[in-house]
Design a protein around this ligand. Sequence first.
Ligand code: CO
Length: 136
Amino acid sequence: MIGSLNHIAIAVPDLDEAMAKYSGPLGAKVGQPQNLVEHGVTVVFIDLPNTKIELISPFGENSPILSFMKKNPNGGIHHICYEVDCINSAISKLTEGGAMILGDGKPKIGAHGNPVIFLHPKDFNGTLIELEEVRA
Ligand code: CO
C-alpha cells in the first residue's frame, strides 16, 4: 500500500539555526518556513534528490510536538512520511487491522496541500508514521 518515502521530519529547537546548518555546511536547498496552524508546527522543507527533509518546530502553546521537544531538547527524528494513493482506503485498511490513527481519525490537510494522517508509534515499532495522499 505505501509508496515512496515523501519525507523524514526532524524536530528542532531553533528553526533558523537548523536552516542555516542545512543551507550552509550541508549545502542543501532549503525552502521557506510555513506555519501549519492546524498541526501546531512551523515547517521548512529541504529538497534532496530522492526525498525531502521536513524541519519542524512548535507553533503555538498547544503544539503536539512540545512534549517531544521536552524529551529531546536538542531535537531529533520525529516522524517519517510515506505516500499513499488514497488516504481513505488506507484509513479503512489500517483501522480494520487494529492500528490507531491519531487525533479524530480523520485526514487533515498537510504541508503540501494533501490529506494526511498520523499513525500511533506503538503500532509501528516506535516510529510515528505520517501517510500523505499523493495522487499519481
Ligand atoms: Co511530515
